[in-house]
Design a protein. Structure first.
Length: 394
């Protein structure tokens, strides 16, 4: 069934099919995924069957060629059924985008993206590392080249859904003599790696992302190195896709909580026909906040797509002004999501506090609290403060 997107006003088969999976599969299994901290395998089998994992692959290589607006709404729709599923999908799209936007000069990566479409390959990333204290733009490990082959070992603090991914996109130093900031992206195929788990993943929320630490040992062909530097891939792709798609996931979490609060208020109203429950006034305020949230995500996604229509688009993504916008959407949305869920809880009351009722928002609450920790807001505020000392908004 084709639907009209409530956010962007456009028809999208990608979003329609994802929303159906979110409702019929992801939401059904979300409680078990959360309680057992297990990977949402049912959801991703369905996404593969519907060829939705290749949404971000360019059309010329067989993918859907989805823009940021479609990807954002796809992630929001899935997160409304299961937050962990929405986050895994967002992270996967980020990796596909890095390859599609920076690797197409390579025949190897063009063939690889075609393979992603055919086999619906799920890609995870390893950007964290023991010893760099959360700084993704710094690596200790380095690729070791031997002719046309490489070896790479990395001790990562977190590897989201790494055990369940087909392949990994890994950051490292360009060579053992390179400074920590001189990084590249390397594609590591599943048959060519070992993962030894080093930490556990018993968390408050986002339990289904399955993100413990691992030590990875790998090898492969040098053609698996993404052309160019990670510095450019990060600034022109990873930051924008991460902050906009993550925000869309948090929007999905908050939207589900608001929907539950709305259902509760309507149920209360039916008990006393002709009256407006006091909780309806709080719901009206909540509707205002979720609209603002939705507009923020939609606006940044639309602006990104408009920038990419320009010949100078990739350069524009390197500007300080755009970096500030990405910092702002990340912080604003990561703080707004738990506030909205909290307000939904106040409307529903004890029914929202219980874990086993139809109005429960407990999982929404726990999942939304992860938002401020995914690249610490304090770290982002510090970077924003430094930029604002020299930036002049024209």
């Amino acid at each position: 069934m084709t639907v009209i997107s409530p956010v962007y006003g456009r028809t999208s088969e990608i979003v329609a099919r994802t929303r159906a999976i979110a409702t019929e599969i992801a939401a059904k299994h979300a409680p078990d995924v959360d309680s057992k901290a297990r990977f949402p395998k049912e959801t991703f089998e369905a996404l593969k069957q519907q060829k939705l994992l290749s949404a971000a692959v360019p059309k010329e290589l067989g993918g859907a060629g989805a823009n940021m607006q479609e990807l954002a709404e796809q992630c929001a729709a899935l997160a409304q059924g299961c937050a962990a599923s929405g986050m895994v999908l967002a992270m996967h799209h980020i990796q596909i985008a890095c390859i599609a936007r920076h690797g197409l000069s390579s025949a190897y990566f063009r063939r690889y993206l075609e393979e992603c479409v055919e086999k619906q390959i799920l890609i995870a990333s390893i950007t964290s590392e023991v010893g760099v204290w959360g700084d993704t733009r710094s690596s200790i490990c380095a690729i070791e080249q031997d002719g046309d082959r490489f070896k790479l070992t990395k001790d990562a603090t977190t590897v989201s859904y790494g055990e369940h991914a087909d392949d990994l996109l890994v950051t490292c130093r360009r060579n053992p003599e390179a400074p920590q900031s001189d990084q590249i992206l390397v594609l590591v195929r599943k048959p060519d790696r070992t993962l030894d788990q080093t930490t556990t993943w018993d968390t408050l929320g986002m339990r289904g992302t399955c993100s413990p630490g691992f030590k990875m040992v790998s090898h492969g062909a040098m053609e698996q190195v993404v052309p160019g530097s990670f510095a450019d891939a990060s600034a022109q792709t990873m930051v924008s896709y991460s902050h906009i798609l993550w925000a869309a996931v948090w929007l999905g979490i908050a939207s589900d909580a608001v929907a539950r609060a709305g259902a509760y208020v309507r149920a209360e109203a039916r008990k006393k026909p002709g009256t407006v429950p006091m909780s309806a006034h709080r719901l009206a305020e909540l509707a205002m906040h979720i609209q603002s949230f939705r507009s923020n995500v939609a606006g940044q996604a639309m602006e990104f797509d408009a920038i990419m229509e320009k010949q100078t688009g990739m350069d524009e993504l390197l500007t300080m002004g755009w970096a500030l916008k990405m910092n702002n959407i990340k912080v604003a949305c990561s703080e707004m999501a738990p506030r909205i869920v909290h307000d939904a809880l106040q409307i529903v009351g004890i029914g929202g506090y219980k874990n086993d009722g139809k109005f429960t928002v407990g999982r929404n609450y726990r999942d939304s609290l992860s938002a401020a920790l995914m690249i610490s807001n304090e770290r982002i505020f510090a970077k924003t403060a430094s930029m604002l000392l020299v930036y002049k908004d024209e």
